[in-house]
Structure formats: structure tokens, C-alpha cells
Design a binder for this molecule. Structure first.
Ligand code: SF4
Length: 88
């Protein structure tokens, strides 16, 4: 029998089941001040077994806010710029 999680979450996002942030307060990863780095979020992401998939998801979906895969919004913009330069 499938779990409630697997029933509700699309297959492409099932990596979230193993996320180190699962069950934690979202505001850790979405700090109030624009551009403010959440050191705690980055630390948690550093120990997350699905950080690569999380970052890939955030980049693919142009997630604008918060820390994803250990990368802040600014860091994700830099990653995208660098990738564009490589393909140009
Ligand atoms: S990398 Fe960070 S934000 Fe992404 S799932 Fe893991 S703990 Fe959560």
C-alpha cells in the first residue's frame, strides 16, 4: 500500500520525503529580510541527503525566494548566469 505522502506528492518531487528540512519551520529557509542569508538553513542543507535534487528543482523551477540545496537566491542567480555563459 502506498503511503499518504506518495499518494499526494508527484513522483518528480518524492525526494522531499528524505529532506533534512522536513517538518522544520519554513521561516528558517525563507528569512524575512531580502537577501539575508540564513546560516542555519545553509547548515541544515549541508547535511541533507537530497540537496543536489533540491537545488536542481529550485533552478529548474526558478524558485526566487529562500534557501534551496544550500544555495541562497543570490547564489542560485549566479549559478544560472554561469550556466548561461557556458552554453553561449
Ligand atoms: S537541501 Fe535544504 S532546503 Fe533542500 S530539501 Fe534539503 S534541507 Fe530542505
Amino acid at each position: 500500500m502506498a503511503s499518504v505522502f506518495s499518494d499526494l506528492v508527484p513522483p518528480a518531487q518524492r525526494w522531499r520525503a528524505d529532506a533534512a528540512c522536513r517538518g522544520l519551520q519554513a521561516d528558517i529557509f525563507f528569512p524575512d529580510e531580502d537577501g539575508e542569508t540564513s546560516d542555519l538553513a545553509v547548515e541544515i542543507c549541508g547535511a541533507c541527503p537530497v540537496s543536489d535534487r533540491c537545488l536542481s528543482y529550485a533552478l529548474s523551477n526558478r524558485e526566487k525566494a529562500g534557501v534551496w540545496g544550500g544555495a541562497t537566491e543570490r547564489e542560485r542567480r549566479r549559478i544560472i548566469r554561469q550556466a548561461r555563459r557556458k552554453t553561449a
